[in-house]
Write a protein that binds this ligand. Sequence first.
Ligand SMILES: Cc1cc2nc3c(=O)[nH]c(=O)nc-3n(C[C@H](O)[C@H](O)[C@H](O)COP(=O)(O)O)c2cc1C
Ligand code: SF4
Ligand code: SF4
Length: 254
Amino acid sequence: MKTAICYFSGTGNSLFVAERLAEHIPDSKIFNIAQLVRDNSPLNEYEKIGIVFPVYFYGLPNIIKRFVSAFSFEGIKYIFAVATYSGVSGDAINSLKNEVAKTGQLLSYASKITMPDSYTITFSVQSEQMIELKNRSARIKCEKIAKDVKESKRKIPAFSPLAVTKHFSGTDKEKDRKFILTAACNGCGKCARLCPVGNISMKNERPQFHHNCEFCLACFHRCPKKAINYGAKTIRKERYVNPEVQFPSEEIEL
Ligand SMILES: Cc1cc2nc3c(=O)[nH]c(=O)nc-3n(C[C@H](O)[C@H](O)[C@H](O)COP(=O)(O)O)c2cc1C
Ligand code: SF4
Ligand code: SF4
C-alpha cells in the first residue's frame, strides 16, 4: 500500500522521525504538512497516511488541526500518527484522535517518541550526549513503529492526560508579539524563508512578525545570528536543531 508520511517540524525532530519511518516503510513518501496546507494538495493515490508532529503545550500544534480538518481522506484506509515530545505528551494523541474523528475517520494507530527538547525558552538545550542518545533510541522505536504500520496494526495507547495538561493544551497565534530582535540581525531573510506558515516578511532588512504564529520556534533556533529572542531571557541561550537532519529548504540557501 502506498504510504504518505506527513510531518510538521520546527527544529527537525519530527522530520528525523518521518525520514526514519520512510526508510522502513516500502512505497512511502514524505510530505511537509505546511506545504500541503498551503497548496491544499490532495494525496489521492495514497492508501495509508501518517501524521508526525511535535507536542506543543501538552497538545497539538494548531496547523495539525487545520491540516486534519481540511484534508480529503478519500481513498485512505489507514491513518497513523507519531507524536514527538521531550517529556510530557499530555493530551496530544487524544486530541488528534478527536480531530480525526470529527472528519468521520478513525485514527487507527498512534505512538510517541521522546526527542531532544526544542522548548528552550524555559528549559536549556540538552547535552550533545543526550541528543545523540535520544536520536539513537528514536531510530530503534521508528523501526518498530514502521513494522506495526506495515502490518496495519490497530493500537492507540490508553493515554490518560492529567487534567492540567488537557486544560493548558494549545498555542496562541499571537505569541510572536514577544519576539525581539537584537543588533546581530544582518537582514539575511532566512527567518522569512524558513517560517513554515509565512508569518515573517522582511521590511528594510528587518523581519516583521504577522501574529499568525505556530510557535514552532524555527526562526528562533535557526537564525544564524541568534538574533531572534523571546524577550531578553533567551539572549545567552544556546539554540537547537536536530543534528541528523537537513531541512529541504535549506539546501537551496546561500
Ligand atoms: C511551543 C512548544 C511547546 C512544547 N511543549 C511541549 C510539551 O508540552 N511537552 C513536551 O514533552 N515537549 C514539548 N515541547 C518540545 C517538543 O515537543 C519536542 O522537542 C519536539 O520533538 C520538537 O519537534 P520538532 O523538532 O519536529 O519541531 C514543546 C516545544 C515547543 C516549541
Ligand atoms: S535569520 Fe536572523 S539574521 Fe537573518 S534576517 Fe532573520 S533575524 Fe536577521
Ligand atoms: S514566526 Fe517563527 S515561531 Fe512563528 S511560525 Fe514562523 S518560524 Fe515558527
